[in-house]
Design a protein around this ligand. Structure first.
Ligand SMILES: Cc1ncc(COP(=O)(O)O)c(C=O)c1O
Length: 509
């Protein structure tokens, strides 16, 4: 076994935002700090801890009886206790993967055999069917991290119930470290399914990570068993005192959670969405996303933001971002815009019209709606080839009036279009994007050339080399389209020679 490796040292000294450990990103409530100061002033540090009252408060908070609560030294200890209490060497446990490292750590300490159903590669959804199908009489323990760290994805309470029903002889360990953010809980199922054991923490929403305190919610007889294994003084008196105060000041925690989940998170999701940055739907106060730069974690770190790189199966090359306050997320977006989006390599694009430019356009109907009408114009294949070789990315932009209506059914368009692309592909030519406006001029859409609605998002997301990119087409709309983008226009004679047009337009191919 390897020890749990911390990603960087000296986090506390880092001057910037710590968005890498899913912690609360602002300090704890002043009521908590005051309670700790009072404890220090009481001059009782030399005494062993004396508990009482916290279980009652936690029970009320969780909606159970106080003999259903056991406080632990962080929920890490809760995980360890559940494994040590219920499993032995050689027992089989199910740990949906990838997930929080401590589950595997504890399973390895106990010498368990681990089955690992995988969170779905596509959207990192919980593998409910796989878990259900793995259940048999020999499974001792099933971990449900809800929501899961680091994917952020959740299993429904209904899903947990199905698992508990299917595995009445296994312990179902539900880790609710992010309960305050997700508002999802299996505590309500414990009465009906006593094999469900929930662990929670005050490290996250309450902001007590440094103090190490969590709790287990389970049926009474299990709490008795755990208390035989947990040390009598494993929770220190500062953590205990701080937790009592935290539960006195739920409003502070709720204000923070509301800001994170109702304001900051939608803001980040919108930003990622608008900038084509792939992210995974999360039920927690963090979000896993796909970086767009190779050195993105380092660039962020050099610019005052720590995020956590993930590189496990199905989440290869992703970054986990802790969501903080609105102000903090605005700062993240600012840095991301200036340092990551802007840093994208600027690329030369050739925006090329289709009909009359790449393929012959009949001057009676202006429609290329059958394979017979497909004729690639002179000079097109060699010139597109040369453009690609010279580092241009090819973008096709075409108005196809009334496409998809009875006057121009989609299928009639697709046959020659697909054939054309097939011919291009055989010649080593690939269009990075193909944009088609299907509207009639009378529809006043935002995407018909010369308007730039079709490529608006593309232009925003990609760093375009404006000095060297160009539009080539045979109509006035193409000229104005180029002007609207702010790049050069290369004029083509309708159905003329593409190569001649490019060289006359000063594009050396
Ligand atoms: C899913 C999950 N469980 C448990 C923990 C550990 O929390 P604690 O600080 O209470 O040990 C974490 C911390 O990141 C976590 O993500």
């Amino acid at each position: 076994m390897k020890p749990y490796a911390l990603p960087i040292s000296e986090r506390r000294a880092y001057r910037g935002m710590l968005l890498d450990f899913n912690e609360r990103t602002v300090s704890t409530s002043p009521i908590i700090k005051k309670a700790i100061l009072n404890l220090l002033k009481s001059d009782t540090l030399q005494l062993y801890p004396e508990y009482g009252g916290l279980e009652v408060k936690l029970a009320k908070y969780a909606g159970v009886d106080s003999d259903q609560i056991l406080i632990t030294n962080g929920s890490d200890q809760g995980i360890d206790l559940v494994f040590r209490t219920f499993t032995e060497t050689g027992d089989t446990v199910i740990i949906p993967t990838p997930s929080f490292a401590m589950f595997s750590q504890s399973a390895c300490i106990s010498g368990n055999k681990i089955l690992r159903p995988m969170y779905a590669k596509k959207n990192l959804s919980f593998p409910l069917d796989d878990v259900l199908s793995m259940i048999n009489g020999s499974i001792k323990l099933i971990v449900l991290c809800n929501p899961n760290n680091p994917t952020g994805t959740a299993v429904s309470i209904d899903g947990i119930e199905q698992i508990a029903q299917r595995a009445p002889n296994a312990i179902i360990l539900v880790d609710e470290a992010y309960f305050e953010f997700s508002a999802l809980t299996a505590v309500t199922l414990i009465e009906k399914y006593p094999n469900i054991i929930v662990i929670r923490t005050l490290s996250k929403a309450f902001g007590l990570s440094s103090l190490r305190i969590g709790y287990i919610v389970a049926s009474k007889n299990y709490i008795n068993e755990f208390s035989k294994i947990r040390g009598p003084f494993d929770v220190n008196m500062i953590a205990y005192t701080a937790s009592l105060a935290a539960l006195e000041d739920l409003k502070d925690m709720q204000r923070y959670v509301n800001e994170v989940m109702k304001k900051s998170k939608p803001m980040i999701e919108k930003f990622f969405f608008e900038n084509d940055i792939r992210f995974y739907a999360s039920a927690a106060n963090f979000i896993l996303y796909k970086p767009i730069q190779e050195q993105e974690e380092k660039i962020l770190r050099d610019n005052g933001i720590l995020v956590r790189a993930q590189d496990k199966t199905n989440i290869e090359n992703t970054l986990r971002l802790t969501i903080g306050t609105i102000e903090q997320m605005k700062q993240f977006i600012k840095v991301y815009r200036n340092k990551i989006l802007k840093k994208s390599k600027s690329i030369k694009y050739a925006f090329i019209d289709r009909d009359g430019t790449l393929i012959f356009e009949p001057q009676d109907t202006f429609q290329i709606d059958s394979i017979e009408k497909l004729k690639i114009l002179d000079g097109v294949i060699p010139s597109l080839n040369k453009l690609s070789k010279k580092g241009y990315e090819l973008i096709m932009v075409s108005n196809q009036d009334g496409l998809g209506t009875s006057a121009f059914p989609l299928a009639n368009f697709e046959v020659p279009q697909n054939k054309m692309l097939e011919i291009f592909e055989k010649n080593g030519i690939t269009f990075t994007k193909i944009y088609i406006c299907p509207h009639m001029p009378s529809e006043s859409c935002m995407c018909r050339k010369p308007k730039i609605g079709l490529v608006k998002k593309f232009l925003k997301v990609n760093q375009i080399d404006k000095n060297n990119s160009f539009v080539c087409g045979d109509r006035e709309t193409d000229r104005r389209f180029a002007k609207n983008i702010g790049i050069k226009y290369v004029s083509m004679k309708t159905n003329g020679n593409f190569q001649t047009a490019l060289s006359q337009g000063g594009i050396i191919v």
